[in-house]
Ligand binder design. Sequence first.
Ligand code: FS2
Ligand code: SF4
Length: 539
Amino acid sequence: MFCYQCQETARNTGCTIQGVCGKTATTAIMQDLLIYVTKGLSAVTTQLRKEGKNVDQEVNHLVTVNLFTTITNANFDDEVIKGRIKKTLEVKKALYAQVEDKDALVKAAGEEITDYDARAKEVGVLATENEDIRSLRELITYGLKGLAAYSKHANALLKDNEEVDAFIQEALAKTLDDSLTVDDLVALTLETGKYGVDGMALLDEANTSAYGHPEITEVDIGVRKNPGILVSGHDLKDLEMLLEQTKGTGVDVYTHSEMLPAHYYPFFKKYDNFAGNYGNAWWKQTEEFESFNGPILMTTNCVVPPRASYKDRLWTTGAAGVAGCKHIDAPYGETKDFSALIEQAKSCEAPQEIETGKIVGGFAHNQVFALADQVVEAVKSGAIRKFIVMAGCDGRQKSRNYYTEFASKLPHDTVILTAGCAKYKYNKLNLGDINGIPRVLDAGQCNDSYSLALIALKLKEIFNLDDVNDLPIAYNIAWYEQKAVIVLLALLYLGVKNIHLGPTLPAFLSPNVANVLVEQFGIAGIGDVDDDLKLLVEA
Ligand code: FS2
Ligand code: SF4
């Protein structure tokens, strides 16, 4: 196996024996094959569109779920992955027959595969020999994985954007096209960022039209006395179905990690049993799932392969999967039946309290625009000197304590704008407020980085600036998995420069590709906290 798609990749070069994430070599190569056949299918659908034929929505959904399945910490179930490969090959074969100009297609489009193991070993990342082409192909593929995840959440709320799906497939097909040069692929990388913005806008529209606009909310981080179900991952539709089905059962529902922002939506406030947030970012789950005592529903990544002590309480849905854990699913638009999970909860003890108190969030674009006068006044008077965007992901590595230290040492006239699970590094530090504006403004999940971009664009308009980079905003972003890649590409597309990215730069950037990002966009890594504070705050 060879995988270097996430920030925790071994020695910051690549996982080769097994994943630091817990992915086995068998799972890794099956995921490579799933990506390969999905690219082949995408070549077919792209050609069909060129020939003026329609591609069914189910095919678009197959592509996005396939990509999502291979995101870091999403799926550890080989049988599920093999089943997806089989299904994809079948759909591809049927559609291939409809293509008129078969000569226009890459080999993968017409390829039939029977020996999965043998072929899987040949189609991984290292199959591309030129390291710059490989780097760009992977950068694009990872961005598309993130985009597919966001699309999938919108699709669950019955919102689709055919242009985004067509782009995902066209770009996937292009990563198999040997005629494309480094320059072509750099251009395709930026185009991926454009569709990243569209995909996040689609999800924002899907979430806010279903659940209302996030608003300032205090979220309890303690526990109640009833048995509970813990929901993690990013899928709000799953949460809605679970809350509906637990009404009046005496079972409380708590959020974990990236599900925390669900509390900010007006719609979910009507559920009396929606108790609060339990625990921290994804990587602390092995301890926190144990002490939670009740069932846990993983709606997406980030899953850590479970300890035996709570494995029978871990359930998955959607793209998430763990061999040996129960999985509940239903087609988009249909209700998932969580009754077995709820029954299990009733027989469990209430969660063990690990923290008490409250955290505040809900600062997505609509809420911040409502506070615009206050914010603008604070900037004009000098009460707020600078905003620091510290969105992104959290992770296990000790080097990420940098972000806690950075946040705690920020001068008192600065405000952190955040989204994603990166916030757990500083959202319980009680950093205070500036004239009533909290110093940590949490917009929501990683996809709500879109809100941060809208806020920046709004401030640019209010302050009548030509360039978003002239705003008093600095970017110190933490990344871990591939959704952070699409967020990064989206910010680059919007013209944001000088983003600091850490705790390490992606291993999949070859020196030449990293140079392009440095020269064209001023991308930089992180350094010493005190030096970076000077660089980001004083500059
Ligand atoms: Fe965090 Fe994991 Fe959100 Fe990432 S919970 S690193 O999936 O997408 O952020
Ligand atoms: Fe390694 Fe990350 Fe790939 Fe897992 S996802 S195998 S940790 S690079």
